[in-house]
Unconditional design. Structure first.
Length: 140
C-alpha cells in the first residue's frame, strides 16, 4: 500500500530558510514566504524536509489513493526555486504565459529568482490554485 512521504511537520520554516546556503536564494525565500502568506492568509508550514506549504487539502483519487497536501507552496532548492500549484485547471496555463522567466515540470514551476517573474501573476497563480483545489476537494 502507498505510504505518503510528504507530510506536514512541526519543523521551523525560518530555520529551514536560514539553512539555505546561497544568500540571494535565502532572501528570495523570505520574499516568497511573505507573498504566499499574504496572498493565501495561511501560516507557512513545513511539508517534508524541504517544502514550505500554505493551507492543506485532502484528496482522494478514483484509484482509492488518498492523502493530504498543501494548497500551494515553494522550495528554495539548490538549482532553482520550485513553486507548487495545482494542475488540471486551464487557467494555470494561461497565467503561466505571463509569469516571466520560468520552466515547468510535471507539477512544478521552476524559477531562478523572484526578480525574473511578475509578482502580480504569481499572486494570481496562488489564488487560482487555492480556489481550484478548494472547489475540487471541498472539506467534508
Amino acid at each position: 500500500m502507498y505510504k505518503q512521504k510528504t507530510k506536514e511537520t512541526d519543523n521551523s520554516v525560518i530555520e529551514f530558510i536560514e539553512s539555505v546556503d546561497h544568500p540571494k536564494k535565502r532572501e528570495d525565500a523570505y520574499t516568497l514566504l511573505d507573498i504566499f502568506a499574504e496572498t493565501t492568509g495561511y501560516e507557512a508550514k513545513m511539508w517534508g524536509p524541504s517544502i514550505i506549504g500554505f493551507g492543506a487539502y485532502h484528496y482522494k483519487y478514483d484509484s482509492g489513493h488518498e492523502g493530504d497536501a498543501p494548497l500551494v507552496g515553494f522550495s528554495p532548492r539548490k538549482a532553482k526555486i520550485s513553486l507548487y500549484f495545482a494542475t488540471g485547471d486551464t487557467e494555470r496555463e494561461t497565467l503561466l504565459k505571463d509569469l516571466g522567466k520560468h520552466t515547468t515540470g510535471k507539477a512544478c514551476v521552476y524559477i531562478n529568482k523572484v526578480a525574473d517573474i511578475h509578482v502580480d501573476i504569481l499572486k494570481a497563480l496562488i489564488n487560482q490554485s487555492v480556489n481550484f483545489l478548494q472547489e475540487t476537494y471541498p472539506n467534508p
